[in-house]
Design a protein around this ligand. Structure first.
Ligand code: CAO
Length: 415
C-alpha cells in the first residue's frame, strides 16, 4: 500500500518542537523529509533534557521520526551551493528559524522562487506582522500572547500555562494543513507559494471560544455558566473559569475515591441537560426532579456550585473507573483524569498506534506518540529518528554530488 504523500520531498530546516511536529506529520503521511542540521551540533533538542548520557534525547527522538538527517553548513559558500541543489530537488521547504534567519542565509523568498518556482516555503514564527514580528518565541510565550494563559486557571490565581503544547505542536499542525493545501493548489497552478503560521495566531485559533465569550461579556456584562456567576465579579475581560466547561453544558472536575492520596483520582462530569433525570437518579437526588430551582438548565445555572458539590459526594464513593462504568450506562458524558502513567500503559492506545514502542540503536526501546490522524489507505509506521547526519552520503548521491565532492565537503567541514 502506498502512502498519501509519497513522492513529496520536504527540505526540513525545522528545529526544537513547533516545526518538527509539522514535518514529522508529513513524514508519517509518506513524504520524504530531509532534515538539515549543522555538523557536530544538530537540532539543539538532541542534547536537551537527556535521560541517557550522549544519546539523542527523548525530546528529539519523539519529534523526528521517519525523517532523514543530513549535515550541512548553509552559511558556507560551498554549503549554499548544495542547498541550492536541494531547493531545486525538493517540493517544500519548512523552517522555524528566528525571524529573518533564512534571508540572512541568502535564501529569500525571491531567490527560492528563482531556483524553483514550484517550491512551497512554509514558516512558523512567534508572531505575524505587527509589533512583535521580530521576536523569538517559545511555547509558553505563545500561550501567553495567544490568549490561553489569561483564560486558564482559577479566578483567584495567576494566569496559567497548560501542559498541552498548543503553541508548538498546535502551530505545527496548522502549518502541516497549510502545506498540504498549498500542494493541492500547486497541482492546479503549477506554482509554489508561501505558507505562514504564527504561534500567536495558532493559539488564538484554538482559544476561539474565549473570543466568543469576550463579545458575550461585552454585550451582557455577565456569563451565567462561569463560576463567577452569581456571586463573583466580572471585569471587562474574559476571566479564568477554573474547570468550567467551555460549551453550553456545565461541567466540573470532581473528586473520586482515593483523591486524598492519588493526585489524579478525579473525573470530569458534565451535567448534560438531556440526561439530567438520570444524573438525579444515579446520585440519589430524585427530589431535584420536581424542585423548580433545578427544573431547567437556565434555572440550574445559579446553583451549579451546589449541584457539583452534591454530585461530588457521590463520585467520592467510587473510583474514577467505577464512576465511568456507571455513568456511561446512562450516557452521562464524563471522563477520567488520566495520568501519563495510565496513558502509557493503556492497551487500547497501543493497539491503535496512538502510543508506539520504538527501538533506537543507541537508546534502546522507548515510547512515543504515533500518528493521531488515521488514514485507511495510508497507514503510519513509526520509524526511529535519524542519528545526526546519518543520511548525508545517501542524500548527496541522490542529488548528484559525487563521492569525491562529498569527501571534499567533509574535509572542509561543510557537511
Ligand atoms: N548551517 C548554518 N547555520 C545555521 C544552520 C545550518 N545548517 N541552521 C541554523 N543556522 C543558523 C541560522 O541561520 C541562525 O543564524 P543567524 O542568527 O546568524 O541568522 C542561527 O543558526 C540560529 O537560528 P535561530 O535564531 O532560529 O535559533 P535560536 O536557537 O537562537 O532560536 C527559536 C530558537 C526557537 C527561539 C527561534 O528559532 C524562533 O523564534 N523560531 C520561530 C518560532 C518558533 O518556532 N518557536 C518554537 C520553538 S519550539 O519551542
Amino acid at each position: 500500500m502506498g502512502k498519501a504523500l509519497e513522492g513529496v520531498r520536504i527540505l526540513d530546516f525545522t528545529h526544537v518542537q513547533s516545526g518538527p511536529t509539522c514535518t514529522q506529520l508529513l513524514a508519517w503521511f509518506g513524504a520524504d523529509v530531509i532534515k538539515v542540521e549543522r555538523a557536530g551540533a544538530g537540532d539543539i533538542t538532541r542534547g536537551q533534557l537527556r535521560d541517557i548520557p550522549n544519546v539523542d534525547s527523548l525530546y528529539f527522538t519523539m519529534l523526528n521520526h521517519n525523517k532523514r538527517s543530513i549535515t550541512l553548513d548553509t552559511k558556507h559558500p560551498e554549503g549554499k551551493k548544495v542547498l541550492e541543489t536541494l531547493v531545486r530537488h525538493c517540493d517544500v521547504l519548512v523552517e522555524n528559524f528566528a525571524p529573518g534567519a533564512l534571508d540572512r542565509m541568502g535564501f529569500t523568498w525571491e531567490r527560492i522562487q528563482e531556483l524553483n518556482p514550484k517550491m512551497i516555503v512554509a514558516s512558523i514564527k512567534g508572531f505575524g506582522p505587527g509589533p512583535y514580528e521580530d521576536c523569538k518565541v517559545y511555547e509558553n510565550v505563545a500561550q501567553c500572547a495567544g490568549g490561553a494563559a489569561s483564560t486558564t486557571g482559577f479566578d483567584d490565581g495567576p494566569p496559567l500555562v497548560t501542559g498541552a503544547q498548543i503553541g508548538d505542536s498546535g502551530t505545527g499542525l496548522h502549518l502541516a494543513l497549510g502545506i498540504v493545501t498549498a500542494l493541492y493548489q500547486r497541482n492546479r497552478t503549477g506554482r509554489g507559494q508561501k505558507v505562514d503560521a504564527a504561534m500567536q495566531d495558532g493559539v488564538l485559533n484554538l482559544c476561539r471560544v474565549k473570543l466568543r465569550d469576550q463579545q458575550r461579556l461585552a454585550r451582557n456584562h455577565v456569563m451565567e455558566e462561569y463560576p463567577q456567576f452569581p456571586n463573583g465579579k466580572f471585569g471587562d475581560a474574559v476571566p479564568r473559569a477554573g474547570n468550567a466547561s467551555g460549551g453550553g453544558q456545565p461541567g466540573w472536575i470532581l473528586k473520586c475515591k482515593g483523591w486524598e492520596t492519588d493526585p489524579n483520582a478525579y473525573i470530569y462530569f458534565i451535567t448534560q441537560a438531556p440526561v439530567w433525570e438520570d444524573i438525579c437518579k444515579v446520585i440519589g437526588r430524585e427530589e431535584w426532579l420536581t424542585d423548580p430551582r433545578y427544573a431547567s438548565p437556565k434555572a440550574r445555572l445559579p446553583h451549579l456550585k451546589e449541584i457539583f458539590d452534591e454530585i461530588e459526594k457521590w463520585t467520592m464513593t467510587k473510583t474514577k473507573f467505577e464512576a465511568m462504568d456507571i455513568l456511561n450506562k446512562h450516557d452521562i458524558p464524563c471522563g477520567p483524569i488520566l495520568s501519563m502513567k495510565e496513558l502509557a500503559e493503556e492497551p487500547s492506545l497501543r493497539k491503535t498506534g496512538t502510543i508506539v514502542e520504538v527501538d533506537h540503536p543507541e537508546r534502546g526501546k522507548y515510547l512515543s506518540v504515533g500518528n493521531p490522524i488515521k488514514l485507511s489507505d495510508s497507514p503510519t509506521e513509526v520509524v526511529r529518528s535519524p542519528l545526526l547526519g546519518e543520511h548525508t552520503d545517501e542524500v548527496m548521491a541522490e542529488i548528484g554530488i559525487s563521492k569525491d565532492q562529498v569527501a571534499a565537503l567533509r574535509a572542509a567541514n561543510v557537511i
